[in-house]
Design a protein around this ligand. Sequence first.
Ligand SMILES: [Zn+2]
Length: 283
Amino acid sequence: MPELPEVENIAQGLRHEILKCGVTRMQVIQPAIIRFPRNWRKITKRFVGDNIEQVARRAKRLIIAFTGGGAILIQLGMTGKVLVADADAPVVKHTHVRIRLSNGREVRLIDPRRFGRVWFFAHLDSVHPDAEMEAAGMGRLGPEPFDVTPKKFREILQSSRAVKTHLLDQSRIAGLGNIYADESLFAAGIHPATPAAAIPPAQADKLCRTIKSILRRAIRHGGTTLLDYRNAYGEMGRFLKMLKVYQRTGRPCHVCHTPIQRLVLGGRSSHYCPKCQPLFQKI
Ligand SMILES: [Zn+2]
């Protein structure tokens, strides 16, 4: 599933291509992907005639906001893509939503396996989310990693859970997934099974810094394409070759040559170097 850097790259591409454009048509080809509202026909008609006011990202979700106050919220699944195409370009299979624009372009949501979700909101207020927005997962999100101070981060870590599991909990800190949690823990030298509250303050500060620097680098390099991820132009991310531990089980650590190990925590795979990432146990 695309994480913060991948969704941010899609948002950047869309901002460049569609900001201020008018919506001339909105077409839902596969209604199964629409989570809200049930009567989406009415709301999609309302968006026609509006301009695109903002393209934003919150956690791993993409938000396209219109001048009339409404918005589309998109959660990309594993095989989901949001592409900008010429309106008369051939429509590929598994295109579920098309938003035609006044500049002759079109935003297309494509998702072969349909793990993605789309919500249409007549009014989007992410500061005071209503029940539907809560249901869309917008009411339980922790702060964005770039907004977290070292002090706040030490507070977030006050938990006996494994730090890896804790970092994936979107209600604590929003936007991290398996790839960047593993990479950040490696860069900070912390074993993924370490109870979050047992991390010494100096290492906690280092983890706070490495999360931000790794996310920034990943954004700069277009995110990570393991298989399906593409940006708004259909291009692959270039961060895969920079991964130090994620999905490198058995291969030598770039620092000490010890084989990278894999461990299942909270039902998710964690990849780590047993030598470079000591387990802190005392709380
Ligand atoms: Zn190592």
